[in-house]
Design a protein around this ligand. Structure first.
Ligand code: BT5
Length: 334
């Protein structure tokens, strides 16, 4: 028995009430065990009225992701076959890496409402208050290790495409892992991997999306460069339907990646806001300046330096110096 089972019984009861005895009997546990689950739900923000002669009744549901709601009607092949939901954890990526080590199913998704130690790239922090989406997907693709960076691009394509198609918000991708709307960051991706020299054991694709949070949760310097989906659409977003669309898009793009990864690159190019611009790349020791002119088959950014040399860059932070290409994020995929 778990809290989702109790919630389902409470939500589907015709009178609204379910007696403790009925809950205990349907789930094959003691009434004390039921009471403990009710208390745990209350700690998560559910309000449950208890009337001695009638039983329990759900009066307030917090805005949390409920796994059974996400799974309902979700027709994916790999992504979301298992979904693990928490209210608060350190980092979904860290937990997903641990679960992957313990042989979690390919496609397992870890979601949390809040992260206390959300990770960005290069040791940075991903600020993770309530109201957004923080999730990680465990993947075990049978592809060569050097193809792993394409998983980040694949995730960015899925996220940007979901924002565009589901919310009609013109999201674009800044190499390698930022999803932007009107030049501001709405989502970021962090991929971690465990591999042998010639084999990927598992990859964890972590995605953070600013959905409904109050932007004042971010410190001013971060806030200036950030936005939320709710701010861009002008209304709160239904996170459950958004996450369903996102998991479906991830699954779709992951299957395409496995079949022919050039499709992912093509879609990435169609959504990117980096190529065609003069950029600086920093963050990994060296600093380069030049024209961002392409991505190679391994997802590296190709920067044409002033002397005409073409330098592939595997990691770093891109600053766009001057927009020379048409539009910034208004192009469609592929
Ligand atoms: C990223 O790093 O953009 C990767 C973010 C990945 C977060 C997800 S959440 C689920 C999973 N579990 C994790 O622990 N992580 C992943 P990077 O490119 O290094 O950007 C980090 C920088 O973005 C920070 O230094 C801030 O300047 C800024 N930032 C931090 N939190 C932000 C937020 N909520 N919205 C916008 N910008 C933010």
């Amino acid at each position: 028995m778990n809290k989702d089972d109790i919630l389902l019984l409470l939500r589907t009861s015709r009178s609204g009430f379910v007696s403790g005895a009925d809950l205990a009997a349907s789930m094959g546990v003691s009434r004390t065990a039921v009471w403990k689950h009710i208390k745990a739900l209350e700690r998560e923000g559910y309000r449950i009225e208890a009337i001695p002669s009638k039983g329990y009744r759900l009066t307030t549901t917090p805005d949390v992701i409920v796994v059974s709601d996400v799974k309902r009607g979700l027709r994916t092949k790999t992504v979301g076959r298992e979904i693990v939901h928490h209210t608060v954890i350190g980092s979904t990526n860290t937990l997903a890496m641990e679960l992957a080590q313990k042989d979690a199913t390919d496609g397992t998704v870890v979601i949390t409402e809040i992260q206390t130690g959300g990770k960005g790239r290069l040791g940075r922090t991903w600020i993770s208050p309530r109201g957004n989406l923080y999730l990680s997907v465990i993947l075990r693709p049978a592809v060569p290790v050097h193809k792993a960076p394409l998983i980040t691009l694949m995730g960015a394509v899925a996220l940007a495409a979901t924002v565009r198609e589901h919310l009609k918000v013109p999201a674009g991708i800044k190499w390698p892992n930022d999803v932007l709307v009107s030049g501001k960051k709405v989502g970021g991706l962090l991929t971690e991997m465990s591999a042998e020299p010639d084999r990927i054991r598992h990859i964890v694709l972590g995605i953070g999306v600013n959905v409904n949070m109050d932007a004042r949760e971010l410190p001013p310097d971060v806030r200036r460069a950030a936005t939320t989906l709710a701010a861009e659409t002008g209304a709160p977003i239904d996170r459950t339907s958004f996450v369903k669309e996102l998991l479906a898009a991830l699954d779709n793009w992951y299957q395409r990646f496995l079949q022919d990864d050039s499709e992912v690159l093509k879609a990435w190019e169609g959504l990117n806001v980096t190529l065609g611009n003069r950029v600086t790349v920093s963050g990994t020791g060296t600093r380069l300046e030049g024209l961002a002119c392409g991505v190679d088959a391994e997802g590296r950014l190709i920067v044409e330096l002033n002397d005409g040399r073409r330098q592939p860059v595997a990691a770093g932070d891109v600053t766009i110096l001057k927009t020379e290409g048409p539009g910034s994020g208004s192009k469609g995929p592929g």
